[in-house]
Design a binder for this molecule. Structure first.
Ligand code: ZN
Length: 154
């Protein structure tokens, strides 16, 4: 909850005035109240949609480089968005895990109350969550104390 409050406070101060932000905050608050045990999943959901509201998250349906709709996504490029394996050679160790496109799709299509539950065995979820969280915190300039507490407690 502290992370959500910090995020929304910071984004609002960045001057992003957007009804979607308030709808997102209210949806996340309701979801948290209904299922506190999924707090970390709901936080990842909120981070994804905040990036989207800030115009920083390209749509994952088509590759931003070649337009392919089915090949696995392998990187998120600052210039071209999500890029797929058919046009972007990437060391398999550095590529996004298989299932990343599906995980992003779940985040987009489900509501906050159905935010994917954290599953340490789901490599795509782990990688995408870390990627989007780092992107968002970078954009907000870091220094969110609630996240310092989060790192120490999960
Ligand atoms: Zn491609």
């Amino acid at each position: 909850m502290a992370c959500l409050a910090d995020l929304f406070d910071r984004v609002a101060r960045e001057g992003v005035e957007d009804d979607r932000l308030y709808r997102l905050l209210s949806a996340c608050g309701r979801a948290l109240k209904a299922d506190p045990s999924n707090a970390i999943g709901i936080l990842a959901y909120a981070e994804h949609w905040l990036l989207h509201c800030m115009g920083l998250l390209p749509h994952p349906r088509v590759c931003g480089r070649c337009g392919n709709e089915t090949a696995p996504l392998v990187i998120l490029s600052p210039e071209e968005g999500w890029c797929c394996s058919s046009c972007t050679p990437v060391d398999p160790l550095e590529a996004l895990p298989t299932g990343s496109r599906g995980y992003l799709r779940n985040l987009r299509l489900r509501g906050a109350e159905a935010a994917p539950r954290v599953n340490p065995a789901d490599e795509a979820q782990q990688a995408i969550t870390a990627l989007l969280r780092a992107r968002l915190l970078q954009e907000l300039g870091g220094g969110l104390r609630s996240y310092d507490v989060l790192w120490r407690s999960v």
